[in-house]
Write a protein of this length. Sequence first.
Length: 77
Amino acid sequence: MRLREFWLLVDEVLGSAHGRELTRELVLRKLDQRTAVRALDDGVEPRTVWHALCDELEIPENARWGADARRPAPPRA
């Protein structure tokens, strides 16, 4: 997953305003108590950050990839 794809999914799945706020404010246990933005800035792969964010928010697997049902789910790291 590329960084651009990460942000597209944030906007689509979580909503642009709410999703962007969550990435800046929500501390993620699976990312050593970092926010998504901090983890990305620290070089964590966007795919890993996306899964951690979705896990923390308890987003089911089938809802993580937006409206395009043909879009393949990025594999877990």
